[in-house]
Write a protein of this length. Sequence first.
Lengths: 201, 245
Amino acid sequence: MVTRGFTGRPRAADPTTRIPPGQHLVDYFPVLSAGPTPHITPEKWRFTLKIGPRPVKTWSWDAFNALPMTKMVRDIHCVTTWSMLDSQWEGVLIDDILADAFIEPPTPFTLAHSFDGYSTNVPTADLTTGKAMVALKYAGKPLERDHGGPARLLVPHLYFWKSAKWINGLQFTERDEAGFWELRGYHIYGDPWREQRYTHD
Amino acid sequence: MIDADTGWQTAVITAIVPRTAGITSFIFKLERPFRHRAGQHVDLRLTAPDGYQALRSYSIASAPDASGTIELAIERIDIGEVSPFFHDVAAVGDEIELRGPLGGHFVWRPTDAGPLLLLGGGSGLVPLMAMLRQRQQDGVATPTLLLQASRSWDDVLYRDELLADAARPDGPLLRFALSRSAPVRAEDYGRRIDAAMLADALALLPAPPAISFICGSNGFVNTAADALVGLGIPADTIRTERYGG
């Protein structure tokens, strides 16, 4: 349905193919979160891999920073409709975290957990084979607290709420268990190219 | 047109009410009425003749009711493409695509335990207004305090309605923090929100808030949420919504 009198921003005749439907470009990095922004010091920081309820391995900040670092340049898309192109990230691939624990991806689904009690679910296949990382730096600098610092999940091909801020662990699960926003009306998978914003999309 | 699969419906603008210099309310008649929860939002979708679409979320300002209408209070963002359309182009009778209600976290129920603390920055008052309106409409006596930060007395969204609500026997406590003008009432503040102000606010309540809702810019929300946590309010009782995202 065409909206009477709406033209929208000036745009190129051939719009970029990098912006999913319903999204618009921003040139800054907006901040969104469900609660207060936690303060997490390196001394208190821990990252734990679990299979179901069973912890497999826990890293301290120093041990985690000793893992292989990878850089990624990715476009990211937030369900609140902003998209940011060419964002620069550095961190540890989920593949390298698994390798350091000497495990293969153990179950088809994963819950990411955060220091503030947040969680989000992602199929394990969307985290492995170079698709996702635990990011420690953004644009060459340590990740700011507002943006999830000291460490956040980065799953750039899904809506950005899947990239859990203040991450403190990954838990492998047999079933796809809904996380925080997924229990509160948001889509279980969250593919921006299929506009999977809300539960029934 | 209603699309049952995706929830999109067509709503008609039935009234346009300027509220402050920068904020105007739009009343929408819903094709398919719903009863939202206070604090929820809707998505609006505008479509240009060439098919280009812009999608934005707006919090609902009205209380849940059976009227089949909702109120959205939209702040003009000059660099935006949707809010200038509403302020400059939209007219009564226009049809707008809308879906909702959406969001399951920043919501208040009249049965929620109190006290209730509401902290609004600028147009961040909108979802809190839905809560206060429902509280009044349902005759809920939960001890409640709204601390609203605005630039000036005339920039306070819903100012007269808030003052009238606060004057009722079971009305909420009300404090304004005005960053660019002197306070008009003796109990208000002529500065930005800070920890000392929040300590004052907490002291006005009969007990620590069971739940706090904070809505505004990221800077406002961070300042307010950090101060509350610093004053001993458990982080998991504080819900935030940040504008500009």
